[in-house]
Write a protein that binds this ligand. Structure first.
Ligand SMILES: Cc1cc2nc3c(=O)[nH]c(=O)nc-3n(C[C@H](O)[C@H](O)[C@H](O)COP(=O)(O)O)c2cc1C
Length: 200
């Protein structure tokens, strides 16, 4: 059993989404003793964005890449290998300006590779990261669950399904900027949601 934890808050010890993701992993380890956990902290070690040089590198055949291009592609290869090896993926996801953080977007851009993690056939797109489960711990200053302003959940559901990951559990901690009492209740509720999600 391999568990991959992806932290996507730029904040370190103060990050609520990282704390919740770590709690999910703790519960999963209790349920699966001996599980191997890999933590990819995109806040501590941000992954580079897709710029023109990177796209050129990706679309250059491997044997024709310059050493710089090969090194850049290798960074993405490492993230792809991590998720391919994972049975369970746990994402810590803060809401940033109604979307995901740039760090998480860069990770998604890195792992979404045609012919490797998805492919198109005459039947349409096919995700190649099958047989995995995902847990997503969402943290927000406000409250957007089940409203049109929550672009994170439909987006993450879509992109994960596109890659073949359809068994996804979302845990919400909302209203974290709405006073200490609201924040405390929200975290307590998120802890309950984690218990339910892990037991499901
Ligand atoms: C730059 C920035 C943008 C934010 N944008 C939103 C937002 O659009 N909606 C919201 O509810 N909270 C927003 N927040 C609040 C965060 O979602 C909240 O503080 C959350 O706990 C951050 O996750 P973290 O603790 O893992 O860093 C924003 C916070 C920052 C720093």
């Amino acid at each position: 059993m391999n568990i991959l934890q992806i932290n996507s808050s730029p904040r370190r010890d103060a990050s609520q989404s990282t704390r919740l993701a770590t709690r999910v992993v703790l519960r999963l380890r209790e349920a699966h003793p001996g599980a191997v956990v890999t933590v990819r902290d995109l806040g501590r070690a941000p992954h580079p964005e897709l710029d023109e040089a990177t796209l050129d590198a990706l679309f250059t055949p491997a044997e024709k890449r310059t050493p710089e291009q090969a090194a850049r592609v290798a960074l993405d290869d490492a993230l792809i290998a991590e998720i391919q090896a994972a049975d369970i993926v746990v994402l810590g996801v803060p809401m940033y300006n109604f979307g995901i953080s740039a760090q998480l977007k860069n990770w998604i851009d890195a792992i979404s590779r045609a012919g490797v993690t998805f492919r198109y056939s005459e039947k349409g797109p096919e995700g190649l990261l099958e047989g995995k489960k995902a847990f997503v711990a969402l943290t927000r200053g406000g409250r957007y669950r089940n409203t049109p302003a929550d672009s994170q959940v439909p987006y993450l559901r879509t992109v994960l399904a596109f890659l073949g990951i359809t068994d996804v559990h979302f845990v919400y901690a909302e209203g974290l900027a709405m006073g200490a009492e609201a924040a405390e209740k929200s975290i307590a509720s998120a802890h309950e949601q984690i218990e339910e999600a892990v037991a499901a």
